[in-house]
Design a protein around this ligand. Structure first.
Ligand code: ARG
Length: 841
């Protein structure tokens, strides 16, 4: 009985439970001991069974009922596609859904569809209606068909396949006696693809339906209610056409839809029906002006859908559309014979058109070779395995590339290199941009090191322990120097990194044999203990490191533990704001509205100018009439975090809050759009700040007026004092500081990727000047660093939880970007409790 009830549900868990019940019931009958024992056992079992049944009926039933009724809503299956009509003359009036011509032909076709489905009793049973939504030259008719499946038949839903629908339609077309012939309409080719019912609209009955004609000149349209906000439950459609031999380009100068694509989204098709096999893209979220959405059709039609289901109001979008001659939009490739240059996917950075093939042949003088570097590569499609790239791809020397890549550099075998590009009928993307150049194979990188990929890097970066080439080739076959440790895998790492508990080699060889035996655990202080002290719910190492990264170690509170509000300790690395409730009072996930960037950004490889909205917590501090002087970061609507040395100077003017102006949401020092200016109300410098040593270089700044968070103004997450930013982690430092030592401050916000440097190395290279309130980050090889004017700005790291955390505050350094002189930062984790005690954040 139970299983029958649950069969419908189809979940294995329940039937297992029922088997268990049966075996328990049978158990007593097998016993052949005394009657009394037997009766007792039987009674016990009956009691157990009764309890189980009560539970099953009362409690379990209650929640399974809920799940059942949730699944018990009728299903609507929609298929959409197009069909080609033969011998029907094309007439412009067919484009007007209100014309008699449109109605006559549409009704005829709808009747044909209906009769074709009737040939399959299964489809006939659930068929509801078909709607012809448009015609285009060819003559192509676009349609969708709807099938309604009542609750009692829900189990047949999987049988509704595209194949089944297509079969019915194709058989109808082939059948000579069929209604198609009786009605004197010949149909050739028909497609059908499973479609989200929300996108099946009837142009003759829909409210939010528009027909637009794209011209050479730009026209525009916007979402309903723009810019105040779109209504929920919107189902809008824009059919766009252009005259023959044109394609349609649509760009969205403003785009702000709900972030969750399952509720609200824009879906664009290279067709007049919402046919997934001709989808161009589906988008939601918000896009900054630096990364606008811009799509192009392959022919002279396009369909745009807006679906909104949330109650949250968002402004919506503004769109500009125009026709581009097909000859212009669809020409690509060619022979490139300059010694260097750049080429891109068609129409880049706009989305490339669907269904295109291009070939570029780069030909340089004989004896030379070609090097190509993709500075941007984005060809992502849903459901594509990037190892196979069976849809859109770029092919170079027999290898196909697709997906998203941050660095791709290749070199040719001789003086000719071919790059081919293919896009299929569905889904397109931003494409790529390539720099190419000729080089002399005898000296590919004059005065530099040549990576296997062919790119050149500074000689000093070779064998320095960092993977600078990206393919590790600069760290292979190294003769380790006397201050370097030879890793098991052939890499060389600074000796100081050995036995520092960080797997620097990658193969663990630098952390093996660190004074402890194979089966021993090494505590943070070097003491060896038996391996089983790890995660045994008992603090064995003095520093608690044996219980530091366990799933559960209740009661153990060490420096490594996250402390919940209720004083409970969580022994999990970086438990705060990781979207998992670790504390029983959930306090580890409190105040986690931070460290995210609302904009969907361009991913441009290389290039140090930051994009608008990329570092929304960055603030520029201006002093009197001196302009930008220091950086800071937003930690709440009212408070900024910065460095004490910006305020505690020999000049008393620096201490005065009203002498400072803060600019949030800024990228360009000369642009004020979207920037919020606030003066300072108070400055709290750390009482232990030491002007000689820069120890405790931290200050809290109170704003005169709270900030209003926007796309470009957001707080950064502060790490808990137990947060770990491991050595080797790549983080980012940002600021308008000098572009080189002794140089001027920058006009545009700059970003640089730097690595967290191991503490013992940090201590060595700074000759012991770092305290535990400081950390080093940068590159021992030099070349990348913060500089004058960056002070007070944040060093931020992206955590797997999807949030950015501030690890450091730009504090000091010897010069800028010098070899073996990394940047020194105030260590936020060590100063975390002070921040909390001062401002409660
Ligand atoms: N103290 C400098 C300032 O006031 C920042 C120095 C950072 N230097 C470095 N090499 N990381 O702007």
């Amino acid at each position: 009985m139970y299983s029958a009830r649950y069969e419908y549900d189809g979940r294995n868990g329940h039937s297992e439970r029922i088997d268990f019940l049966n075996s328990k019931e049978k158990a007593p009958s097998k016993r052949k001991t005394g009657i009394i024992i037997g009766v007792l056992v039987a009674l016990l079992v009956v009691a157990a069974v009764a309890a189980f049944l009560i539970w099953l009926f009362i409690f379990k039933d209650a929640d399974s009922e809920a799940t059942l009724s949730k699944q018990r809503s009728p299903s609507v299956e929609v298929f959409s596609g197009h069909m080609k009509l033969v011998d029907v003359p094309y007439d412009q009036t067919l484009e007007d859904t209100d014309s008699k011509e449109f109605r006559d032909l549409a009704e005829n076709l709808e009747a044909i569809l209906e009769e074709n489905y009737k040939t399959d009793p299964f489809l006939a049973k659930y068929y509801t209606k078909s709607v012809v939504t448009a015609f285009s030259e060819g003559v192509i008719a676009y349609y969708w068909s709807q099938f309604d499946i009542p609750v009692e038949d829900l189990e047949i839903v999987p049988e509704f396949s595209e194949e089944r629908v297509l079969d019915a339609l194709e058989n109808g077309i082939k059948d000579q006696r069929s209604v198609t012939n009786r009605r004197n309409i010949k149909i050739r080719e028909v497609t059908a693809s499973h479609t989200d019912p929300r996108m099946a609209r009837n142009p003759r009955a829909s409210k939010c339906f528009y027909r637009l004609e794209a011209e050479e000149k730009v026209n525009s349209f916007s979402s309903p209610g723009y810019p105040t906000g779109y209504p929920s439950q919107s189902r809008c459609q824009w059919q766009i056409r252009a005259s023959e031999d044109n394609v349609i380009s649509v760009s969205f100068p403003f785009f702000h839809i709900e972030d969750d694509c399952s509720d609200d989204f824009v879906f664009i098709y290279d067709s007049l029906s919402p046919d997934d096999s001709q989808a161009i893209t589906q988008k939601c979220g918000q896009r900054p002006p630096s990364n606008p959405l811009e799509v192009v059709s392959s022919g002279n039609i396009m369909l745009i859908n807006l679906i909104t289901d949330t109650i949250v109001q968002r402004p919506g979008f503004e769109a500009e559309y125009k026709a581009i001659p097909m000859s212009k939009a669809r020409t690509c490739g060619g022979v490139l014979s300059d010694n260097k240059g750049v080429f891109t996917s068609p129409l880049h950075p706009s989305f490339y058109p669907p269904a295109m093939d291009c070939k570029w042949t780069i030909k340089v003088s004989p004896g030379n070779k070609v090097r190509v570097k993709f500075t941007m590569f984005r060809m992502k499609e849903p459901g594509v395995d990037t190892r196979v790239c069976h849809k859109d791809y770029v092919e170079v020397m027999g290898t196909k590339y697709c997906g998203e890549m941050s660095s791709l550099a290749l070199t040719s075998k001789d003086n000719v290199l071919e790059v081919t590009f293919h896009s299929d009928e569905s889904y397109t993307d931003k494409g790529f941009s390539v720099e190419y150049s000729a080089y002399d194979p005898a000296d590919p990188c004059p005065n530099k090191f040549t990576c296997n990929s062919g790119i050149c890097i500074a000689k000093e970066l070779q064998c320095d322990g960092w993977n600078d080439c990206g393919d590790m080739s600069d760290e292979m076959k190294c003769q380790c120097g006397k201050d370097q440790f030879p890793c098991g895998n052939g890499l060389c790492k600074p000796r100081l990194w050995v036995c520092d508990r960080v797997n620097d080699c990658g193969d663990g060889s630098d952390e093996k044999r660190c004074g402890c035996e194979e089966n021993e655990w090494r505590c943070g202080n070097g003491v060896c203990l038996p391996q089983d002290v790890v995660c045994n719910n008992k603090q064995d190492c003095v520093d608690g490191s044996d219980e530091a990264s366990c799933k559960t170690s209740p009661g153990i509170c060490s420096d490594f533990s996250f402390k919940c509000k209720n004083k409970e300790c969580v022994n999990k690395v970086n438990a705060e704001c990781d979207r998992v409730n670790d504390c029983s009072d959930n306090s580890d996930e409190d105040g986690c509205n931070c460290g995210t960037r609302p904009y969907k950004l361009n991913r441009i490889v290389g290039g140090q100018n930051a994009e608008l909205g990329e570092w929304p917590w960055q603030v520029s501090l201006h002093f009197l009439t001196n302009g930008h002087v220091c950086g800071a970061s937003i930690i709440s609507e009212r408070w900024l975090l910065s460095a004490a040395h910006c305020f505690v100077t020999s000049s008393p003017l620096n201490h005065v809050a009203s002498n400072w102006q803060t600019y949030s949401g800024m990228q360009d020092q000369y642009k004020q759009d979207g920037v919020q200016r606030r003066s300072l109300k108070s400055i709290i410098s750390h009482p232990d700040y030491n002007q000689m040593t820069f120890d405790y270089d931290i200050a809290l700044l109170e704003l005169s007026e709270p900030l209003e968070f926007t796309n470009t103004i957001q707080p950064i997450c502060l790490p808990s004092s137990s947060h770990v930013f491991p050595a080797g982690m790549s983080c980012w430092v940002t600021g308008w500081g000098a572009l080189r030592e002794g140089g001027q401050t920058a006009q545009l916000l700059q970003k640089a990727s730097v690595k967290i440097i191991n503490d013992s190395v940090c201590n060595m290279v700074t000759e012991g000047q770092v305290t535990s309130r400081m950390l080093c980050s940068g590159f021992l090889a030099g070349g990348v660093d913060a500089c004058q004017g960056d002070s007070g700005g944040p060093l931020v790291c992206f955590e797997e939880s999807g949030k950015w955390f501030q690890a450091g505050i730009v504090s000091w350094g010897e010069g800028c970007a010098r070899r073996n002189k990394p940047g020194v930062y105030s260590r936020v984790t060590k100063l975390r409790d002070w921040i909390k005690s001062e401002v409660g954040i």
